[in-house]
Design a protein around this ligand. Structure first.
Ligand SMILES: [Zn+2]
Length: 471
């Protein structure tokens, strides 16, 4: 008998393999961090002796979602700057709060964000971390949250060169490009052999790096095999700013620097013209689609059906909790299906199957990880989750993929496995004290709002101060 660490039996497996097989009564054999065998229960003949067996009867097993764009630190800023467009929202809330966001805010918010990702079926998140204004080393707070919660994490080490606050005050701390690239290399060296955690480059938006900086991104991308991700064409202002700065539109400018390629992950891509489509196709640029955030900030509708027709890789993401205001990937799946049907007044432009592909295989391809993530196949990483459909919202199930996209919710995510480790076990987070994180973040977020005079702190205090915040 072969010794394995985990055996999932009697589950309805939605594999997302090349043939898109579903196995109505199947098993998954896991040794350490990898799936070593996938098959039908009829073929399971006691060949494995597992340290742990999970009976998945009446459960659906899906590959983990890959959330390709978040800002976990914004978990401390939920609900701020409501009913505003992108730049008004940034200038009236996030950019002031950044000032005061230190290690504890980032760490506690990231813990909560990782927990919610795990609770909504995400086994991996790309956290685009741009809070560096208060002190150095805040990326390490996100890494600590990845370590402790057990989620697979890719830290997008961001750079911003904005030196003034919206009120004209000087930012407390502005990094040079050199400091930024040094820190990317430091993080790369620290995590290069880690099984779950890695780093990539994340210039904030078109004006956050010089032309030379984008060239350097290409050098490091080639040297380390790391991706570059950037907020791209989120609104029409993007091209307008690039015109003012460089005398051309964003995508032709980026093409000229050499940074574009299949390892470039463009986030949002709402305001696309014909030339942009051509450049995306030519360089095989990957897309991160964030429909809930785009709706909240009224940025517009990304032309995703057209991207799919062109054969571009599209992945899904929540964006940060200050512009979503959650980390709920289940909500993103449903929204993705609905927004494009409604926008184009055509129910056939996107299917539930395509949405699940974007959330799994699309995410893996967007991060250059299609070899080991995105499906339930022997040899891939053991990243998956079990859906228990027994809730009023979800039963009855006619088709598991339709159920997942249209009538399931976080409440149906029962068990989540990352890198072969059970991090959500029948509804209970196994890695950190979830209740303590709720309490701590409530206090930390309330204090942050108080320090920067944002939001209705009285309301927050009246409801939540006792026992979390001392008067
Ligand atoms: Zn973003």
């Amino acid at each position: 008998m072969e010794r394995i660490s985990l055996l999932i039996r009697n589950g309805y497996l939605v594999t997302m393999d090349d043939e898109r097989r579903v196995i109505p009564e199947g098993y998954l054999a896991i040794r350490d961090d990898r799936i070593i065998d996938v098959g039908e229960m009829a073929d399971l003949k006691g060949q494995y002796q597992a340290d742990r067996v999970i009976d998945a009867s009446n459960r659906f097993v899906f590959p983990g979602f890959i959330n390709t764009h978040s800002h976990l630190f914004q978990g401390a800023m939920k609900g701020l700057g409501r009913d505003k467009g992108l730049f008004e929202w940034l200038d009236s809330s996030v950019r002031f709060a950044l000032h005061e966001t230190g290690y504890e805010e980032v760490y506690t918010a990231a813990l909560l964000g990782c927990i919610e990702n795990i609770r909504s079926g995400s086994t991996m998140v790309l956290d685009y971390h741009y809070a560096h204004a208060k002190e150095a080393g805040l990326d390490d707070a996100v890494m600590q949250a990845f370590e402790e919660t057990g989620i697979r994490g890719l830290l997008g080490r961001a750079h911003t060169n904005v030196s003034q606050m919206p009120d004209g005050a000087q930012c407390p701390r502005v990094e040079t490009e050199e400091q930024f690239f040094d820190d990317v290399e430091r993080l790369q060296q620290k995590y290069e052999n880690h099984s779950r955690i890695g780093v990539c480059m994340a210039p904030g938006i078109i004006w956050d790096l010089s032309e030379e900086g984008y060239r350097h991104c290409r050098t490091l991308a080639d040297k380390y095999g790391m991706i570059t991700t950037m907020h791209t064409l989120e609104t029409k202002d993007d091209n307008q700013f690039t015109q003012e700065l460089y005398g051309s539109n964003t995508m032709p400018f980026l093409a000229k620097t050499g940074v574009l390629g299949p390892d470039f992950l463009a986030v949002h891509c709402v305001d696309m013209d014909e030339e942009d489509f051509r450049i995306f196709k030519e360089y095989d640029i990957k897309v991160s689609h964030n429909p809930v955030s785009n709706m909240i900030l009224a940025s517009g509708v990304a032309p995703v059906p057209r991207m799919l027709d062109l054969g571009l890789t599209v992945s899904l993401a929540t964006d940060g909790s200050a512009s979503n205001d959650t980390q709920d990937m289940m909500e993103v799946l449903k929204t993705t299906a609905l927004i494009h049907k409604c926008h184009l007044k055509d129910p056939t432009v996107i299917s539930a199957n395509e949405v699940v592909e974007m959330a799994t295989l699309g995410g893996a391809a967007a991060l250059g990880r299609e070899e080991d993530l995105g499906s339930l196949e022997a040899g891939k990483k053991a990243d998956f989750w079990l859906m228990n459909p027994r809730t009023a919202r979800c039963v009855p199930v006619a088709d598991p993929v339709a159920a997942l996209v249209y009538h399931a919710s976080q409440g149906n995510v029962e068990t989540t496995v990352v890198d072969g480790r059970v991090v959500l076990d029948e509804g209970r987070i196994t890695t950190v004290d979830e209740e303590a994180v709720f309490d701590r973040l409530q206090e930390v977020a309330c204090n942050l709002r108080k320090r920067v005079g944002l939001g209705n702190t009285q309301w927050g205090h009246r409801v939540f101060v006792p026992p979390f915040v001392k008067p």
